[in-house]
Each structure stands twice: as C-alpha cells, then as structure tokens.
Ligand binder design. Structure first.
Ligand code: LER
Ligand code: MN
Length: 282
C-alpha cells in the first residue's frame, strides 16, 4: 500500500457491477493509485468482475469495513472470525492488498463504559486469528481507531499500538484517520508519533468530513509528522459527502459537508497532493 487513494464513497457505497465500473473509471480519471472499497456485504460482491476491472485499469485496492452487531469481536469472537474469513476471501479474490477499518468492532459500538479487560482480550483473540488467516492469503490487515462516539474500544494511536503489541502478528498495522485524530489526540502529530512503525495507512479526512484544506485539521503538523516517521504507506482521502441513510447514522453525517464530489476531488485532492509533495512523501 502506497501512493494516493480515495474511498469509493465519493462515487458509490454500493459495490455492484455498475458502481464498481463508475468508481474505477473516476479513480483512473483522477490518476489515483488505489481505491478503498467498502466491503459491507462481501457475499454480494462479484469479486471476479472487480478483479478484472482493477487489472484492466491498473488500479490497486484496499477493502474496509466495520462489523455488524451480531458479530462484534468484543462479544462474539468466533462469529467475528467467521465473518472476517468471508471478507478476506472476497478481498483476495477481488485482488485487494489489505483489509482495514473498524475490524475490531462496529461503528457505533459504545457500551457506555470504558472497555473491559474481557472485551479487549476477546478483541485480541479475534484480531490474532484474523491476522493469521489474512497472512495465509498474503493480505495485510489494519485496525482504524475511531472517535469516542463511534466506539468505546480503540480511540487513539496509542490504544491501537497497545492492541497490536498484545497480538504480535507481523501483517497487522495501524490505520489512522485525521478526522478521528482531530477529536481524540492531544495534538495533530501525536497519533502518528505513537503509531510510528505500525502506521501503514492513513485516512486524510477534514474535521467536518468535507473538502480537505477547508476545515480545522492542522495539515502541516500531520504531513510533518508523517515525514518525521518516514511514512511509506497509503494516503487515502476520505470525505463523506453523500451517505445513504443506513451509513449516515453510524458516521453522524446529517448534512452535505461539501457541495459535490467534484469540489472535493478538484480542490481537496490537489491540496493534499501538494502537502504530500511539500513534505516529500510522494
Ligand atoms: C468511520 O468513522 C471511518 O472513519 C471509516 O473509515 C470507518 O472505516
Ligand atoms: Mn476513516
């Protein structure tokens, strides 16, 4: 995973043949290095169609997801592992390089209490088995800390490092997100410095999820810290401008955060590319 990517929510959250063709064409037009494909319903995906489409267009892919409540690893590690095996098999068949996201739970998993030791060890058990399965398929496996309103389990780079150190698998990595960091970390650089060698992927997402460069994220601190740790991973722009209702709830996106996807792609993407070039990341 390296270079610049974009989350397919920019164009579609429905990964059927039509959505896949539209998103891959748009990603090629914008000269993206990879696409992040939400794998919310893996069995419904025509993996062979996606693999051929990606190959034909020389486009790389990363898959991401949060787990449904019935198989949250904190309470049902066995169910979580079964669910994730289907996700890994599908991602592999699609030709993806990695599976990441809230792979340790669900978006909206908030118990109202701090995480218990029983929950964390159940999550660790699920992640360890998942990492081994992913490794057997040659896939990398990421965990994305998200803010306190979306999970009570892992909110910061430091907590993600703690979880990875419990597990010890070498194909598991930290995936940060500047939107969540802006809520949870003590400074824009902290999560990156804490995740350090485990950081292989980052969502570049503005403080309002809108057009990068038009919000409160301190992008110089973010890119300066990435340069300081010698970051070599994937830089994925994530902006949730057009959410279907079932996604709006989990992400709490209730209003248009940018006028349209062209604004995000034509203004936000060049802004991020310039910053990455300025800090010699690309
Ligand atoms: C959710 O808030 C988020 O940032 C997504 O990337 C989840 O995978
Ligand atoms: Mn994210």
């Amino acid at each position: 995973m390296e270079g610049f990517g974009v989350h397919t929510s920019m164009w579609t959250m429905k990964w059927d043949r039509e959505g896949a063709e539209r998103a891959v064409k748009a990603a090629v037009d914008y000269k993206m290095d990879f696409l992040e494909i939400a794998l919310l319903d893996a069995p419904a995906v025509d993996a062979e169609h996606t693999r051929k489409l990606l190959e034909k267009n020389d486009m790389r892919a990363v898959c991401s997801l949060g787990l449904p409540q019935a198989v949250w690893p904190s309470h049902n590690p066995v169910g979580a592992i079964e669910h994730m095996k289907v996700v890994f098999d599908t991602a592999k068949a699609m030709g993806a390089e990695a599976v990441s996201g809230v792979t340790y739970g669900g978006i909206g998993e908030c118990s109202g209490m701090p995480p218990t030791e029983a929950e964390l060890s159940s999550v660790a058990r699920s992640l360890e088995t998942c990492a081994a399965y992913a490794k057997s398929l040659g896939l990398l496996f990421g965990i994305e800390p998200v803010n306190r309103y979306e999970t009570h389990l892992i909110n910061t780079g430091w907590q993600a490092r703690d979880m990875i150190e419990r597990i010890g698998s070498d194909n598991i990595f930290i995936h940060l997100d500047t939107y969540h960091m802006n809520i949870e970390e003590k400074g824009a650089a902290n999560g990156i410095l804490d995740a350090r060698e485990h950081l292989r992927y980052i969502h570049l997402s503005e403080s309002d999820r809108g057009t990068p460069g038009e919000g409160c994220c301190d992008w110089d601190e973010v890119f300066g810290a990435l340069a300081a740790i010698g970051f070599k991973g994937g830089l994925a722009m994530e902006s949730f401008i057009n959410m279907p209702p079932e996604m709006s709830r989990g992400l709490s996106v209730w209003r248009p955060v940018a006028p349209d996807f062209q604004t995000v792609m034509d203004k936000g993407l060049p802004f991020l590319r310039n910053k990455a070039a300025q800090y010699r990341l690309v």
